[in-house]
Design a protein around this ligand. Structure first.
Ligand SMILES: CC(=O)SCCNC(=O)CCNC(=O)[C@H](O)C(C)(C)COP(=O)(O)OP(=O)(O)OC[C@H]1O[C@@H](n2cnc3c(N)ncnc32)[C@H](O)[C@@H]1OP(=O)(O)O
Length: 438
């Protein structure tokens, strides 16, 4: 049970928003945040840090859900004002390719206290929230997952990936690119203002990108570390395009003299043009007394290795799932896309939670997209492909190949060649990549 509309002998559920300190509901939001920290094994947060985080939550307009026990706990146990489970949501736009944006429900801060786990609290919170999201007109929900085994059962499929890279910036590091702009060092605090502006440009050109929450500009500028203190190690370089405007930045740290080879770690690298990206890398490769640059959140499809004279300067590890998508409304989600190729597909979608169940005819003709339900009467069409809603989420941004999913036995191909046709149709104009962890 975790739906505020339900009653239950054991638990009650509250939904609320972050508020200012003067507000009488402040304590509720503060205790909710401490419960989230407990669920992710964080240190207890100071009052000052809680104030800062709740202010950022207000900027994000987050909705916070807490599940509370009804009974009075025994002496010395945490008081019942601390939720035993937490669930947070935001609303932001997802770039779904070819300049199209889709309003998306983001789910975050999911925790259930160990003493209450495996009693169906997550299932209750998730089912209630997805139902509300669909009722509110959301065609898509999204999350990033702590474990890959949790969210498939709720219809989420992996839609983008990321990896960690280490780049040898010794003598072999040479990028074939003639600069068109310039890079300058700046006080990292300028990113408090600049980071969201540059990110907005990047977002508009990157399929798979979700608008960032307020905390990003604080972290990448060094204004605030995760523990709330200032990050004095952060450095920043800005890229200026040929028109003189800032169109990219890198925020980075030196890993210290004890780390060999001497290493610079990228905190955030955001570039709104291909040349800004390569020129920021040229800058990173030119930093004296450093032989390696590492980036824990690098894109999987990365022009860097192809621009280097010696692509083996880049070594990658920890290839992993990043953005998970959950289609809530098939016609709305499919209509929101523009397609990489014209074509027609009849898709049978199974959804254990029922939101997306059905058979749908998708047509893209000269860029005009139509989606209709293919069930019953003269409209009764046999499917070209059958898939679970998780697989539709996976192929939606073009980063997962339907042919591969068919080989894995996840997608069933009834019409020979339909999986390949789906690959062409779902392709996007640039590799899908999500730069926002939430
Ligand atoms: C978007 C995010 O915030 S990702 C972060 C997720 N949170 C964490 O990792 C924090 C630590 N973990 C937890 O707080 C909890 O264990 C949770 C939230 C993952 C699960 O909460 P619970 O209330 O125990 O889950 P619940 O009892 O509702 O289980 C629902 C289903 O998921 C399954 N499940 C729950 N957790 C896991 C898991 N870690 N791995 C695999 N299956 C899981 C259950 O077996 C159950 O399966 P079924 O209903 O199909 O039989």
């Amino acid at each position: 049970m975790a739906d505020p509309k339900e009653t239950n002998e054991k638990y009650n559920v509250k939904r609320f928003r972050s508020v200012e300190k003067e507000n009488p509901d402040y304590g509720q939001a503060r205790d909710w945040l401490q419960a989230v920290g407990f669920g992710f094994h964080d240190e207890q947060r100071s009052d000052e840090l809680i104030d800062k985080i709740l202010a950022m939550y207000q900027a994000d307009n987050r909705e916070l859900t807490g599940v509370y026990v009804n009974e009075e706990p025994p002496l010395h146990a945490l008081n019942p004002g601390f939720p035993v489970a937490t669930f947070g949501t935001l609303e932001n736009n997802l770039n779904v390719g070819f300049g199209q944006e889709l309003r998306t429900r983001q789910i975050t801060a999911v925790t259930v206290r160990g003493t209450h786990r495996r009693h169906g609290i997550l299932r209750g919170m998730m089912t209630a929230d997805l139902t509300d999201a669909k009722d509110d007109g959301f065609a898509m929900a999204a999350l990033t997952a702590s474990e890959a085994s949790i969210y498939g059962r709720f219809g989420f499929g992996v839609a983008t990936f990321e990896r960690s890279i280490k780049v040898d910036t010794g003598p072999k590091f040479r990028i074939r690119h003639e600069p068109v702009g310039r890079v300058e060092i700046a006080d990292p605090r300028v990113l408090l203002e600049l980071a969201p502006e540059v990110f907005e440009r990047v977002h508009h050109r990157t399929p798979g990108s979700i608008v960032r929450q307020d905390s990003y500009r604080h972290h990448v500028s060094g204004a605030m570390k995760r523990d709330g203190s200032e990050d004095k190690a952060i450095k920043c370089a800005l890229h200026y395009g040929p028109d003189g405007a800032v169109d990219g930045y890198v925020s980075y740290k030196f890993a210290g003299w004890d780390t060999k080879p001497y290493t610079v770690e990228i905190v955030d690298l955001v570039a709104a043009t291909d040349s800004a990206y390569l020129e920021l890398w040229q800058f990173l490769g030119s930093i004296d007394l450093v032989d390696r640059v590492s980036w824990p959140e690098a894109p999987v499809e990365d022009p860097l290795a192809w621009a280097l004279e010696d692509g083996r300067c880049v070594t990658s590890s920890d290839y992993r799932d990043m953005l998970w998508l959950r289609v809530l409304d098939v016609p709305a989600a499919l209509s929101a896309r523009r397609y990489g190729a014209d074509g027609r597909l009849v898709l049978e979608v199974r959804d254990a939670l029922g939101f997306a169940d059905g058979t749908w005819e998708l047509t893209s003709d000269g860029g005009v997209v139509t989606v209709s339900e293919a069930g019953g009467g003269s409209q009764d069409l046999s499917p070209d492909l059958s898939m679970d809603v998780t697989d539709l989420g996976s192929v939606y941004l073009g980063a997962v190949n339907p042919v591969t999913l068919a080989s894995a036995g996840r997608i069933r191909e009834h019409t020979p060649g339909a999986a390949l046709a789906a690959q062409h149709m779902f392709a996007v104009e640039r590799p899908a990549h999500c730069l926002t962890h939430f």
